[in-house]
Design a protein around this ligand. Sequence first.
Ligand code: SF4
Length: 455
Amino acid sequence: MRVTIPAFWPAQLQKLGDTLKARQDTVRRMQWVMVVVYLSLLLIPVILPQVEHGRVLTSIGHFSEALFWGIWWPGVILSTMLMGQFWCGLFCPDGILNEFASNHGKGWKIPAWMRKPALPLAAFFLLTLYSHLIDAHRLAKGTLLVVGSMSLMALVTGLLYGRNKRIWCRYVCPASGLFSLLARCSALHFKVDRQAWDAATRPVPKPVDCPVLLDVRRLTSNEKCNMCGRCSGHRDAVKLSLRALGCELESLRVDEVRVWEALGIVFVLIGLTYGAMHWNGSIWNAQMQSAWTGWLGATPWAQAAAPWWVFGHIDSGAMSWQTGLATLAAILLAGILIGIALSALLLAAAWGHVKQACRLAYALIPLGGLGLFLGAQEHSMEILVREGWNVAGNLQWIRIVVLMVAVGWSLLIGWHFLARQSTPWLRQRLSFLLFSITTILMALAYQLAPNTLPY
Ligand code: SF4
């Protein structure tokens, strides 16, 4: 079933895209304002002495935490899933810093290692793991270390590589590893009409100055598009348009499927983020951690306190190596077990065909994305609870609603994908049944994750 799009939308959207292109000067000014706000929120809580546990309005540290992790992070996950990577193209401070530095930098050729397509997702894996180990989301200096170091790297990348481009955003940014997956669900995209492009009257306009080096003429995916609008209206062929949510994933061809990306979906987007964000209060996690702690306890060095930037924690001060390594092992083990279980179920649903199983993994992006959103919004709720808002009891209901949407969305993509296959009717139904079981089991894991909000 497809949602009918009201007729006025295409024209309004096209106008919006064209306005973005025409008002790049305003966009640029807005981005510099974002840089100033961002750097203030990042640096002031670390420079000024803070009350560690106070209300948001009495502490810039908590205000900054609320904006960064309570509003920005869940907001950007959801907006990317629904509207594409507008955050990256219009607001991201790292993007503008990278492009600015690239305008004044050395302009070196992009090295081959940087062009590895799996690099951003691998960086996202490491960054997620590290930020949860040091509890960067609750610690001002942890946020500065994790988020600030990304900005510094964006700046250095710009100073070294490319000319007037966003090499960091295209090839390295860890968040782009995640957003490249989520943006393929979105309802908005820059649509290119190839016939209109080729039939453009001469002389044709100058080539598009795409900041992330995309071949706009062949643009068919939201994967890397930063939605900056600079190509809107080019040759009367590029338009900001609406499409059905998830249709890009449904129509993914076998030759577009990447095995490493499918593994990234099950092991990182779903497995690792579940281990880092939802696994905390589980009894299995406690048992696993105590087993690891006991095993490591036999070694004397394990009792020593690790520096905060290795295993920091806002509540308990510096952790011992013993506790920190046990936390690391528990997160990784949860991620690996979930990844293996999902891979096995997807392989069964694809009748052992690896490429088809990988293709089905893409249909789990809405579930993984909304599962990540749930983890992020639970931190928002935690901030509200700390501020005295009695919202903790709503958590189960929020989970139910979000997970129902996530399951429905993933199943719809899986169904449309399987319906396009030329497999026998019964086999197709059985595949869908197994895919449904996979999706529902994972949704139950999110739903049944313990509520760790402070009451
Ligand atoms: S294709 Fe390039 S220029 Fe066009 S909106 Fe996407 S990032 Fe911007």
